[in-house]
Write a protein that binds this ligand. Sequence first.
Ligand code: NAD
Ligand code: LMR
Length: 340
Amino acid sequence: SRIISPRNVKSAQGVLRHFSLSAQRDARVAVLGASGGIGQPLSLLLKENPRVTELALYDVVNTPGVAADLSHISTKAKVTAFSGEKELKHAVKDAEIVLIPAGVPRKPGMTRDDLFNTNAGIVRDLAKVCAKICPDAMLCIITNPVNSTVPIASEVYKQEGVYNHKKIFGVTTLDVVRSNTFIAEAKGLDVNQVYCPVVGGHSGVTIVPLISQCTPPVSFPAEEREKLTRRIQNAGTEVVEAKAGGGSATLSMAYAAARFANSLMEAMSGESGIVECAYVFSGDADTKYFSTPLLLGPNGVAKNLGLSQINEYEHDLVKEAIPELESNVQKGEDFIHKDD
Ligand code: NAD
Ligand code: LMR
């Protein structure tokens, strides 16, 4: 929690976050897609996290080099490398947290859904092995389109008979990180003290920042609020365009995923009051999978904190998100059941 977490940030639900290493417990973490743009800096941040004792790096290429490099860093985590399909089972054996940034990123002009054809199969195959080898691990999916890849992994776990929706997360932390940054900039606040939950999904209009629930409370004139909301929704595209064909967000994503993993480790250590937003199975009819603030515990989601009191503007944003979310979820589920 030294460099990757805000300190004593009160969440929208009024849960005070406590940061201490007193209840520290060792954690075994695997990164699938570890040689990529996200995978490398994410692995670096995990290697730097004092809670991580074992860090298993898996990719289809280049893991021996990445692992050799990281292994020279003088921190506790023991780094191991695994390459190619046959080694995947060894990579995830004993893992308690699996982070998946494997798959292709967007280029300018593409939507996240345009990545489906390539990435759906990658997530399905990785999830299948995780379901068999480490079914109790927290599965954290970064690969886009997150709105569909989380239902894909969930259906695979169901097929394998090991589904536990409390342990499968779509990582949407970057949306919260961006909201905190943009709001702090706009209001001249200390960004470490700003927390703005983001709900919905992880693509365009499905990304719904709840500015009304920001800590500390902030308010904007309607036009400015609209501009800020749309900027948060399009922040991924902002990076894709700036990288001009060189991929999408990698460094900020690595930071966000490292923060999410750290929160999971804190919760798994028995620390109380750990809240993060993530895209999970909600069980609601029209928002079957939905990102909301979650109280995390030793077994994953301890309590889904839901939407709380959102205002009319945010209510309309949620309404705008639902059709795209529903179709993304359906597409993911259909992908797994197409041969049924
Ligand atoms: P990248 O191309 O730099 O890296 C992807 C890595 O995945 C590569 O090293 C590649 O070899 C590896 N890979 C491909 N197939 C694999 C397989 N079957 N098994 C294991 N590894 C495999 O891409 P990136 O910039 O790191 O982005 C990765 C994914 O993360 C993309 O889908 C991107 O859209 C997504 N992303 C999500 C968020 C989010 O907020 N959730 C943010 C940024 C990027
Ligand atoms: C992001 O939000 O940065 C990621 O989902 C990557 C992308 O394609 O925008």
